[in-house]
Write a protein that binds this ligand. Structure first.
Ligand SMILES: *[C@@H]1O[C@H](CO)[C@@H](O)[C@H](O)[C@H]1NC(C)=O
Ligand SMILES: *[C@@H]1O[C@H](CO)[C@@H](O)[C@H](O)[C@H]1NC(C)=O
Ligand SMILES: *[C@@H]1O[C@H](CO)[C@@H](O)[C@H](O)[C@H]1NC(C)=O
Ligand SMILES: *[C@@H]1O[C@H](CO)[C@@H](O)[C@H](O)[C@H]1NC(C)=O
Length: 760
């Protein structure tokens, strides 16, 4: 059954081939899914491989128990929302080299066990905030060699267990604030070979566990001092091959940095105090720089090695202080070769004596010999510090975990300096008052899937630094607001997939910093102002799949700064226009999957100037779009989703000047004269848009772009179609004007592309 429901999202406009249906039927008959014809299935180990089989979709008959799926080297344009729902046990998924252009939001939903996801060598350009939704266990995410230009903030917010993120060889230019928020266990991040030339000061905020960062081969002209200073745990940093020319005083401030590599830069100036705030820096590579002279670095008590090989060092009197510094310390070893003056060319600096370093040159040679040793010793040991039975406390990382231990009581006695506590998959059923004493430094608390139905007042008291609280997938039916006492900094609250029927009044007065509230998949029939009182700081509100039927006109008023409102997959029969009146900061609005039949003129007008992304797909929308439906917002919209409705006509899109994405698929477009403007718009636009004609009969199935629009004049005639037109005259007027303006260019294009029938 699940397969059958999933098929439309895989198949797009394609009808599943007969063998697929036969395979499903056969599979259902035997009670176990058959191996897809192009794949090799090792059912014993749950491994399915379909490498280089020219597949254009994820095969749909994969055995449900599959753990590893390898579909490298196929030709899959789009990974649709929920594409892997039929195979929820996957731990490893390889989609390398599949020509993937789009990863839809929620593409990997349902893969809560996935550990490794390889999307390398594809053509993905954009990562949505919800692309990686539901990958709660993911440890490794490989996105190298794509065309990623933009990653929406929040895209990684659910990847709390990610260790390794590879974004090498993409097209990133700018790193916005909080881009990596949520990566609470990340150790290693590769951002090499992008085009990064600028990053926000808070770009790396929230990365408390990162050990290793590669930023080599980018376009950084200046050291991003402020942004790097947020990386308080990074041990190795690679900044090689960036066009930097200088490192100023006190410019690098990284308290844990041991290993810095800055090879192949244009570095000409290095301030003596550049590294003074890197107390444990022990290895610096500055190979192939443009440095001619280097001063003795200040404050590097831990330095063991500085390698300047390949730099044009002038071994003259200006290098004396450095040479002296090499002598003074027994430990630091510098690998420095002289470039000039001529007689010293290729000599090691430490083979010369101070007297040889002169500004009136005189050749000579002396020798010393080399020592040998280097130090990799950063593994601390699990000493006798506290950790409850059945749990695992990683003291160095400040993570404690009792995941999946079937514990019935919340243990006590964790290291008080823990940052992250993972207690997912236990059987606590309730969370008593004061369950987390002395954990003043805890930042993230995971209590998902613990069968919790009661949370007592004061349960979280004392968690003064808590930012993330995860209570998803539990059994809570109601909440007293007092449970949120003592959480002054809580920013992200996850209450999704519970049985809550309302938001308790007063909740937000105790959570003054709440930024994102997740309430999706709770049976919340209505929303009123009482519920949201005090939610002034709230920016993201997730109410997906809540069976909402009513939103009172004042319900959203307290949230004047709301940026994202997700109301999709509810039971709303109309756009809650009255409630939206005050939403003047809203950037994203999702109304998909509601039984809304019609959108009135001016429905989104209050969001003029802010709205960027609008989802109106999957609504069975029949009555068409009134001409003024997008009044005020058309110019600002970057994406508009209208797929999977019953639309036969759409008003002119000429005002949508900022559109990056438009989804028109799965609508029965009537390719007659009134829609001629759409064809022209599609021809002139660079966007990849699929829209297919339903009528007239003899062009059914032809794309709008290729439809002949026979007998249409240069402008749509006044002939009345069976499409609804509220303000017919107005619309026709707009279309006519537009066509006149764009006529010369378009007639050339259309003549070239269709080679005929353009009545001009
Ligand atoms: C310094 O860099 C050069 C060139 O890459 C390399 O051959 C040499 O081994 C390095 N020295 C040390 C001690 O790492
Ligand atoms: C090296 O040591 C001498 C004597 O202790 C001191 O005068 C000099 O400033 C030191 N030089 C450097 C570069 O540390
Ligand atoms: C919404 O209603 C449907 C049917 O009426 C039900 O199956 C579903 O579980 C409800 N959703 C929630 C989150 O309660
Ligand atoms: C469709 O039918 C119309 C009239 O019935 C005819 O003029 C037109 O040429 C046909 N178009 C195609 C593409 O067959």
């Amino acid at each position: 059954m699940v397969f059958l429901l999933q098929m439309p999202s895989h198949g797009q406009s394609r009808v599943p081939p007969l063998w697929t249906l036969a395979a499903i039927l056969a599979a259902l008959a035997v009670g176990t899914a058959a191996c897809p014809p192009d794949c090799i299935c090792d059912n014993l180990h749950g491994v399915v491989t379909c490498i280089r089989r020219r597949l254009t979709d994820i095969p749909i008959t994969i055995p449900q128990a599959t753990k590893e799926l390898d579909i490298r080297g196929n030709n899959i344009d789009t990974i649709a929302t929920g594409a892997f729902l039929p195979i929820p046990y996957l731990t490893h998924l390889n989609l390398q080299k599949c020509n993937i252009n789009h990863l839809r939001e929620g593409a990997f939903r349902g893969l809560g066990r996935l550990i490794s996801l390889n999307l390398g060598f594809n053509n993905v350009e954009l990562i949505y905030q919800e692309t990686f939704d539901g990958l709660y266990s993911l440890e490794q995410l490989i996105l190298n060699n794509n065309k990623i230009e933009e990653i929406k903030p929040g895209a990684f917010s659910q990847l709390g267990f990610l260790n390794f993120l590879n974004l090498e060889q993409n097209f990133l230019v700018y790193l916005p604030p909080l881009l990596f928020q949520g990566l609470q266990q990340i150790k290693y991040m590769r951002l090499s070979k992008n085009m990064i030339n600028y990053m926000a000061d808070e770009a790396f905020a929230g990365l408390w566990t990162l050990k290793r960062l590669n930023l080599d081969s980018n376009e950084l002209q200046y050291l991003p001092s402020e942004a790097l200073s947020r990386l308080t745990t990074v041990v190795r940093l690679d900044l090689s091959r960036n066009p930097m020319t200088s490192l100023g005083e006190e410019s690098l401030r990284m308290g844990s940095l041991k290993h810095l590599t800055m090879d192949d830069t244009f570095l000409q100036d290095l301030a003596a105090t550049a590294f003074v705030h890197c107390p444990v820096l022990s290895m610096i590579n500055l190979r192939n720089s443009q440095l001619q002279v280097i001063e003795p670095p200040v404050g590097l008590e831990a330095l063991r090695m500085i390698n300047l090989t390949g730099s044009p060092i002038q071994c003259n009197c200006f290098m004396r202080p450095f040479r002296e510094w090499m002598n003074n310390y027994t430990r630091p070893r510098a690998q420095v070769f002289c470039s000039d003056p001529g007689p010293y060319h290729g000599e090691r600096l430490d083979s010369l004596r101070l007297v040889h370093l002169r500004c009136d040159l005189r050749p000579s040679d002396i020798e010393e010999q080399e020592e040998e040793e280097v130090n990799p010793a950063n593994r601390p040991n699990q000493d006798g510090r506290p950790c409850p039975d059945h749990c695992d406390c990683k003291h160095e990382l400040r993570h404690s975990s009792c995941e999946g231990k079937r514990l019935r009581k919340i243990p006590k006695g964790f290291p008080p300096d823990s940052h992250l506590l993972d207690m997912r998959y236990n059987e606590f059923h309730s969370v008593p008052r004061g369950s987390f004493p002395d954990m003043k430094q805890l930042v993230s608390l995971h209590l998902q899937n613990c069968g919790i139905h009661d949370v007592h007042a004061g349960a979280f008291r004392g968690l003064k630094e808590l930012i993330y609280l995860y209570l998803s997938f539990n059994e809570m039916t109601s909440l007293q607001p007092e449970i949120f006492e003592g959480l002054p900094d809580l920013t992200y609250l996850y209450l999704d997939h519970n049985k809550l029927s309302s938001i308790p009044k007063g909740t937000f007065r105790l959570l003054p910093h709440l930024f994102a509230l997740h309430l999706e998949h709770n049976p919340i029939p209505q929303l009123t102002e009482e519920n949201m009182e005090g939610a002034e700081k709230l920016r993201w509100l997730h109410l997906t799949g809540d069976n909402l039927t009513y939103i009172s006109p004042t319900a959203l008023q307290p949230m004047a700064q709301l940026q994202k409102l997700f109301l999709d997959h509810n039971k709303l029969t109309a756009v809650p226009a009255a409630a939206l009146m005050t939403m003047s900061s809203l950037e994203e609005l999702k109304l998909s999957g509601n039984p809304i039949r019609q959108i009135d003129s001016g429905a989104f007008l209050p969001m003029a100037g802010s709205l960027q992304h609008l989802w109106l797909n999957d609504m069975g929308w029949r009555r068409g779009i009134s001409d003024g439906a997008f009044e005020g917002v058309s110019a600002g919209l970057q994406s508009l989703y209208l797929g999977n409705n019953r639309l036969s006509y759409i008003p002119s899109l000429d005002n949508f000047r900022n559109l990056h994405t438009i989804d028109l698929l799965h609508n029965p477009w009537d390719c007659d004269c009134p829609l001629l403007h759409l064809r022209r718009w599609l021809e002139s636009s660079n966007l990849k848009v699929r829209a297919v004609c339903n009528l007239p009969r003899n062009v059914t199935g032809v794309s709008v772009k290729a439809a002949p629009f026979k007998n249409c004049k240069g402008s749509p005639p006044e002939k009345t179609q069976d499409t609804p037109k509220k303000t017919k005259a107005g619309r026709t007027g707009v279309a006519r004007k537009t066509i006149k303006r764009l006529k010369p260019k378009r007639s050339y294009n259309s003549a070239k592309r269709s080679g005929r029938t353009q009545a001009q």
